[in-house]
Every structure is written in structure tokens, then in C-alpha cells.
Design a protein around this ligand. Structure first.
Ligand code: PGA
Ligand code: ZN
Length: 440
């Protein structure tokens, strides 16, 4: 329990140069904590609202001065009036003060920056690392390093090229610790750069720090990844598997999947067959948003067809919300959930959705946003909750590297943290939320 003395909010910028908000919570003890909010581009329709000053010409309508006012003038007086607060009470107060389903009154960027800043302030007050505080708060006995998904090739809404799939990711499952995993990803990233350059492609990077070459097809992208893995001295499969984020909502039009790169329009079933063919030909072990957020019928079919062998991660379809995850569980949709703090807007609601996922054996992948910041909170969140996996971009751009660096720091400070590799992305029908949990 802590007592809040003041809240201060400031309009800063994210990695795309758009405004975002940082809140600093000051506790009565004099200790402070801050949190800087990220921002998405391929945003799920049911996400909590990222409030912006859309009526103002400042920053082309993307300013967050209204959010700053909501924090300092509406939220602050209420929180400072409370005698003693813990994370649940703080988050519940924010939820009630907002009073809407999607946090449209105060903005999820307002509530999250306060929620995250309070957690940091509490960790600082107790003089313990953030991940340790989050582990205590979430009652996590099994602290461990997440397996990273490294998005080294960008397409879709994150790049100006012909590739339909938004993210092609390396997952270094065969490593024994995060230092080797990061090194593996970085070496492959540099080899990939050489290969693309030798072939006359651009090596400029997209929003998440991956390359965004103008390739003809998804298969061409996958071939480059396999070659880069081998050229770096690793074995595709045992050392490194691949993951995709199709972000399929982005190319779902009039009930069809419109693939601009391939100049094809496919039905849900045809797109599933296409994904099956990719899984057959490449060591792809995880597919996120393989189908659109409102195409629940095809999602169920995809899960029936691929769900025993491949991790199927729901991002836009679940939007880190227990209501949608519950619907997915009841309908046999997906077997994992992407966890983005700003899709829901408080830490407590985020932990609730993770707990629901674990209770039915769904995997959890803590994630950044495509517009992110230097804040490395999610690295501590992934470790402290024992989430198992983290998706935090490529091996370039400081807003991505800040998370990898934070993971490396944690491992260095502790000596060694459990890293479970492939085990994390296997499909867990029942799970006791530890490495080596019983799997089907
Ligand atoms: P976003 O992309 O942050 O633009 O939503 C990331 C993702 O789709 O996972
Ligand atoms: Zn996604």
C-alpha cells in the first residue's frame, strides 16, 4: 500500500514522432515512478481508446494535451484523496472514474500511464527491481526469461512495400539464455542485411526496426530468413523457428482476404489453405492474426486445422480483453493471446486476461506497439509474470533495443534466469504455468 502525493503528466513523442503521454506518480514517501505510453498502427476495432486532440491543428490532430489535462485535473485529485492505494484499488478507481467500456472518457493512454507509473513508483519505494515487484504483485513464483519474437522483416501497415504479411519473426528457441538468444537474433539480422543488399534490395528499416524490402511474395521473405539463419551459422528449426503476424484485418475487405502483393483475393478457407502450405514448407511455429478480427468462423476453422501444431496468437480478435478471450475460449478460437497494455488500459485488467489465458492453457505473448518508446516496462512485465514470450521488434531502433537491453540487464543482475525455448510456444492443453508444464 502506498499513498499518492501528486501526478504530473507531460506530452512527449513516440518512435513515429507522434505525441504520447508520460505520467510521473509521486508517492508520499517522496519516491517517484514514470510510464511512457506506446501507440499502435494496425489497431483492433475493440481496443480501448487512445484519446487525442482531434479537434486541434497541433500535431495534425494527434496531440494529447486533453489527456494531460485528464490526468492532472480529473484523475490526480481523486487518487491523491485516497489514503492508501494498491495496484488493484488504483486501477479500479481509474476504471470507475472513466466509466465507459473502452475508456473513451479519459482515454486508455491516460489510465495506462497512471497505472504503469504507479507500479514503477511502488517498485522504487520498496527498492526492488520492477520485475520483482510485478512478480510479487501477480503472485508469480515462476519468474523466467521470455522467448523473444524478433520481427526482422516488415510488411503490411508497417512498411511501404508489396508484402502482405505484416511481420516475419525469428524465434531463437534453441538457445539456453536471453544473452545467446539476443546474440543469435542480432547475428541473423546482420546476415539478412548482407543478403538483401547483395540482391539489390533496400535495407532501410520499417516501424519495428525490421527490413522492408520490395519482395514479390511472402515466400521470398521466408526464403531470405532461412538463408540468413544458415549464413549466421544457426539451424532453422532446432535453433531458430519462424513466426508470422499476418495482421489479416488490414487486408480483409468485403469478407475476402485481398493480397495486394500476390494480386489475389482469397476466401477465409483459401487463406487458411495458404497458411497451411507455408507451415508445411517452412519451420513456422507461431501465427498471429492469421485471420481478421471479425472473421470468427474462419478463425475457428484455422484453429481446428493448425491449432495442434502451431501457436495461433489472437491480437486484434482478443484486444487484451477478457470478454473477447472468453468468447474465443468458448468457441475454440486460437491457443494464445497477444498482450498489449494499451489495448485495455490498466495493469490489473492486463493481468486478469493473462490469468484467464493460463487457466485454460493458452500461451501469452507480451507485446510492444509499432509506435513505441524508450520505456522498457514490458520487458519487466514479461519476466515478472512469467509470460513465456515477448514480441518487441527487430534488432535495430532504440525503442526496440531498449526492451532487449532491459532483458539482458535483468539476466546479468540475477546471474541466470530460466529460459525455456521451444517449450514456451508448444500448445499447452493444461498448464500449471511453469516450464515443462504438461502439454498435449
Ligand atoms: P500495432 O502492430 O502496434 O501497429 O498494432 C503490432 C501488431 O499488430 O502486433
Ligand atoms: Zn498483431
Amino acid at each position: 500500500m502506498s499513498t499518492i502525493e501528486s501526478l504530473q503528466a507531460v506530452e512527449l513523442l513516440d518512435s513515429r514522432g507522434n505525441p504520447t503521454v508520460e505520467t510521473t506518480v509521486r508517492l508520499r514517501s517522496g519516491v517517484e515512478g514514470s510510464f511512457l505510453v506506446p501507440s499502435g498502427a494496425s489497431v483492433g476495432a475493440e481496443e480501448a481508446l487512445e484519446l487525442r486532440d482531434s479537434d486541434s491543428p497541433r500535431y495534425l490532430g494527434k496531440g494529447v494535451q486533453g489527456v494531460v489535462r485528464n490526468i492532472e485535473q480529473t484523475i490526480s485529485p481523486v487518487l491523491c484523496d485516497l489514503k492508501e492505494v494498491d495496484q488493484e484499488v488504483l486501477d479500479q478507481t481509474l476504471i470507475e472514474l472513466d466509466g465507459t467500456e473502452r475508456k473513451t472518457h479519459l482515454g486508455a493512454n491516460a489510465t495506462l500511464s497512471v497505472s504503469g507509473a504507479f507500479a514503477r513508483a511502488q517498485a522504487n519505494e520498496q527498492r526492488i527491481p520492477l520485475y520483482q515487484h510485478l512478480a510479487n504483485w501477480s503472485n508469480t513464483a515462476d519468474i523466467r526469461m521470455p522467448v523473444p519474437m524478433m520481427n526482422v522483416l516488415n510488411g503490411g501497415a508497417h512498411a511501404n512495400n508489396n508484402i502482405d504479411v505484416q511481420e516475419f519473426m525469428l524465434v531463437p528457441v534453441g538457445m539456453s539464455d536471453i544473452a545467446s538468444a539476443v546474440r543469435c537474433g542480432a547475428e541473423i539480422f546482420q546476415r539478412l542485411k548482407e543478403l538483401l543488399s547483395d540482391d539489390g534490395h533496400s535495407t532501410a528499416v520499417g516501424d519495428e526496426g525490421g527490413f522492408a524490402p520490395n519482395l514479390d511474395s511472402d515466400r521470398a521473405a521466408l526464403d531470405f530468413l532461412i538463408e540468413a539463419i544458415e549464413r549466421a551459422g544457426y539451424q532453422p528449426g532446432p535453433d531458430v523457428v519462424l513466426a508470422l503476424d499476418c495482421a489479416a484485418t488490414e487486408f480483409f475487405e468485403s469478407n475476402s482476404y485481398v493480397l495486394k502483393g500476390q494480386k489475389k483475393t482469397l476466401s477465409g478457407e483459401q487463406f487458411i489453405a495458404y497458411l497451411q502450405s507455408l507451415v508445411r514448407d517452412y519451420p513456422i511455429k507461431s501465427i498471429e492474426d492469421g485471420l481478421a478480427e471479425n472473421d470468427w468462423t474462419s478463425w475457428k476453422s484455422l484453429t481446428e486445422k493448425l491449432g495442434d501444431d502451431v501457436q495461433l496468437v489472437g491480437d486484434d480478435i482478443f484486444v487484451t480483453n477478457t470478454k473477447f478471450l472468453q468468447r474465443g475460449i468458448e468457441n475454440g478460437v486460437a491457443n494464445a493471446i497477444l498482450v498489449k497494455l494499451n489495448q485495455i488500459g490498466t495493469l490489473t485488467e492486463t493481468l486478469d486476461v493473462m490469468r484467464l489465458a493460463w487457466s485454460v492453457g493458452y500461451n501469452t505473448v507480451v507485446s510492444h506497439r509499432s509506435g513505441d518508446t524508450e520505456d522498457s516496462f514490458i520487458a519487466d512485465l514479461a519476466v515478472g509474470t512469467g509470460a513465456g514470450q515477448i514480441k518487441t521488434g527487430s534488432m535495430s531502433r532504440s525503442e526496440r533495443i531498449s526492451k532487449y537491453n532491459q532483458l539482458l540487464r535483468m539476466e546479468a543482475q540475477v546471474g541466470h534466469m530460466k529460459y525455456c525455448g521451444l517449450e514456451e510456444i508448444l500448445i499447452h492443453r493444461e498448464r500449471d504455468h511453469t516450464c515443462g508444464a504438461s502439454s498435449a
